[in-house]
Design a protein around this ligand. Structure first.
Ligand code: TRP
Length: 469
């Protein structure tokens, strides 16, 4: 416990936690998920979940992690062995998210090179180029491997030296470029329809599936529900104000997601593209906007994909770190062995995920690996992981102990403590349960219900064998 590595500085922690949160989830996933779920109403529900559930769960993860000074699994296990499964579930989520995240990270990395090599010369073919690229067999795999290797290098170096530095430099750049894109997009003719789509709620579009998608997006984007912020919190100094840190990270993450939406939708509507276009959205909209700007456009587009790749990296290293910390703390692996063995498994999952986009490989209920990994994690494992953490915190941990941790032993005030506690103990678990049930029921209309039920069964099996984990 005494030898735990610590964050180099206050800013270092915020940048690393925000670096974990801000990633492909904000810039790639949020816009296309909002598009597929009807826009405004989805966005409103998402914001509501972020404010009420996201912030509270993040504070819970920080508090539990720092209190126990142990990463995800140990934090549960050291209190009560029966709860080990809740931590191990997070490790499983880490493997599954890392089973597709590096595929998309690889696309971003590939675009760093494709843009200067002439991608923008012919704006009309940008969409087809993307479709052709990701459904191909070897090229996306090669980029995925390079991307994963970057993760391995960073995580193998350890916490403060690797992750912290990467986060500090490119986040401001990413933010600036998104603002440039947003301004450019908003000045195109017909752009306002995009703002309306994104911010004018049409409540007739709401159903169980959309609400669960919003909840899943909130968890995914904030890096919650799998022990990531527990692990980061465990490296956090006793002097830090947990609530303040959670508020800053939540606000930054949500700001970037909204900014990404504002950067994408006006331009899409101006270009006459479909809002439900899917995973290709950023990879098509951003190059198309910049293609119209000549030489400077090419430079900005390249810089955008450099920044996107970096944002993705600071997120995926946090996912890898959860798995690695588990292997080090619980299974007594050396750091290097932990990194290498876990990323070997992730690489295999990524190969399946990438090939599934071209229609190759196994299918389950009509879904390929990429979609299955995404569905299971985002909508089931993360949301239920968050629910379990709240039940554990509210019903197993002691209220006094939590208060002491969050107020740094009474040194700082947290006036919202009782509200937070009530949310964590009662409101959030019940809300997540209801949203999950209605979302799964809706999922049976599209076939995803069966996969989600499978996820719930997996959680049940983990719970049953918890003492062996
Ligand atoms: N939040 C990151 C993103 O938006 C992804 C991520 C990193 C994540 N760590 C996580 C998602 C832990 C869920 C759980 O890109």
């Amino acid at each position: 416990m005494e030898n735990r590595e610590n964050w180099g500085s206050r800013l270092g922690f915020i940048m690393a936690a925000a670096g974990s949160a801000v990633g492909l989830g904000n810039i790639w996933k949020f816009p296309f998920t909002a598009g597929q779920n009807g826009g405004g109403a989805f966005v409103l529900v998402y914001l509501f979940f972020v404010a009420i559930i996201g912030f509270s769960v993040m504070l819970t993860e920080f508090a539990v992690g720092r209190r126990r000074s142990l990463a995800a699994v140990g934090a549960f296990k050291s209190v009560d062995r029966r709860w080990t499964f809740a931590g191990v579930l997070g490790v499983l989520s880490g493997f599954l998210i890392m089973g597709f995240y590096p595929v998309v990270g690889g696309w971003a990395l590939a675009y760093v090179f494709k843009v200067p090599m002439g991608l923008l010369n012919n704006p009309d073919t940008i969409g087809d180029t993307f479709g052709g690229f990701i459904t191909g067999k070897t090229a996306p795999l090669m980029w995925m491997v390079v991307y994963l290797a970057l993760n391995i290098a960073i995580v193998a170096k350890g916490v403060s030296s690797g992750i912290e530095k990467a986060g500090k430099i490119l986040m401001p750049i990413l933010f600036s470029i998104l603002i440039i894109i947003a301004i450019k997009g908003l000045t195109l003719p017909g752009a306002m329809a995009g703002m309306e789509f994104l911010f004018k709620p049409d409540f007739s579009k709401l159903n169980g599936g959309v609400v669960l998608a919003a909840l899943g997006q909130a968890f995914f984007s904030l890096s919650l529900g799998m022990g990531c912020m527990i692990t980061y919190g465990s490296y956090l100094s006793k002097e830090e104000n947990l609530a303040e840190n959670a508020a800053i990270v939540t606000a930054m993450d949500t700001g970037v997601a909204l900014l990404a939406g504002i950067a994408m939708f006006p331009a899409m509507f101006a270009f006459g593209m479909e809002p439900a276009a899917g995973p290709g959205l950023v990879f098509v909209v951003v190059p198309t906007i910049f293609a119209k700007m000549g030489g400077a456009g090419m430079m900005f587009a390249t810089l955008f994909f450099v920044a996107l790749t970096t944002a993705a990296l600071t997120s995926s290293v946090s996912l890898l770190e959860v798995v690695v910390a588990y292997l080090i703390d619980e299974k007594k692996f050396s750091r290097v062995n932990a990194v290498l063995s876990s990323s070997a498994v992730m690489a295999v999952l990524c190969v399946l995920a990438s090939l599934s986009l071209g229609g190759t490989g196994p299918k389950l209920f009509g879904f390929g690996s990429f979609d299955i990994f995404d569905l299971l994690t985002d909508k089931i494992f993360l949301a239920i992981g968050g629910m379990l953490l709240c039940i554990f915190t509210g019903w197993v941990l002691k209220k006094d102990e939590l208060k002491e941790e969050i107020t740094n032993g009474g040194k700082i005030a947290f006036p919202l403590f009782d509200i937070w506690y009530g949310l964590v103990k009662f409101v959030i678990p019940v809300t997540i349960l209801l949203v999950a049930i209605s979302g799964i029921m809706d999922g049976f209309k599209s076939g995803s219900g069966a996969i989600m039920v499978m996820g719930v069964i997996i959680i049940g099996i983990f719970a049953a064998i918890s003492k062996k984990l």
